[in-house]
Design a protein around this ligand. Sequence first.
Ligand code: ADP
Ligand code: BMX
Length: 292
Amino acid sequence: MAKALNGFAIDLGGTKLAAARFEANKLVEKAQMPTKADAPFEDLCAAMAMLLDQLGFCQGNRLGVALTGRIDQSGHWSAVNGGTLPKIKDIDVRNAFTNMFGTNLTILNDATAAACGEAHFGAGQGVSAFGYITISTGVGGGIVLNGQPVTSPNGLAGHIGFMRSPLGNAECGCGRFGTVESVAGGRAMAHQAHVAGFENLNAKMIFEAYLANEKWATEIISRAAQAIAIQIADLTSIFGLERVAIGGSIGLADGFLELISLSLSKEPDLFQPDVRCAALGSNSPLFGALCI
Ligand code: ADP
Ligand code: BMX
């Protein structure tokens, strides 16, 4: 059973930091800034506190925090892909946030949060076996079975970006070779563009080049979508997924879902769940941070 959404939520991704205020299950105000990805923990805390302050947060108000990376059962936070947040390793985040923001607090992985948000308030409503995949700075995910997210003591459960892909051909910042994230994550796409001879491009620019029919960009974007489609079929074979929602700025970009669907249509019917865009758009992690 989802909690009513009243209070404040934070979503810290590898590229952007967002905060929101909720009243009676509605997002009423939102503030956002870029993530200083290579900054120390203290600077990230200061940025979160500043956004919350703008929204009228007072210590002790209900707060849900969704973070990119793994949060273990003792409340310690580590990047799994060390390239995304280089300074975040074994930080006692539960203790630090309790001191800063009060005890009325939930902390969870951003993609797990987004999966819960979608399951209870978005595209996963009415479905018992639901998956969410974000294609963003990295590739993250959450599986929600009968309304409950799949979690593990070390906080790694759901980190589907670190599954290997048959299309993988590069090292991943998590230490594995050929992961889905190394094919389809935003940072990985930027690296692929660099290898193709195009410097200093981010995934948004690569997507624009794809929309302008640039061959090199089409190869990067199509390969990413194909890797995600294969992954959806793989996850469906494990969890019997009925529906998968796609989020993240790359996942939600015009035409990406269609590319995934085209690749997925080549799989046998049994491995083709209903795939659609996240109904809450970029706000899925904010909803989910407060609802469990
Ligand atoms: P976060 O990872 O912080 O949650 P996003 O979901 O916005 O943030 O994902 C960031 C990635 O999405 C970056 O690689 C960025 O270049 C890319 N991106 C942002 N906007 C777009 C867009 N309109 N189309 C395609 N890619 C985008
Ligand atoms: C990575 C991993 C996940 C995260 C996912 C999406 C890190 C720092 N992050 O797979 O924990 O859920 O990216 O996160 O290891 P985002 O930064 O792309 O929003």
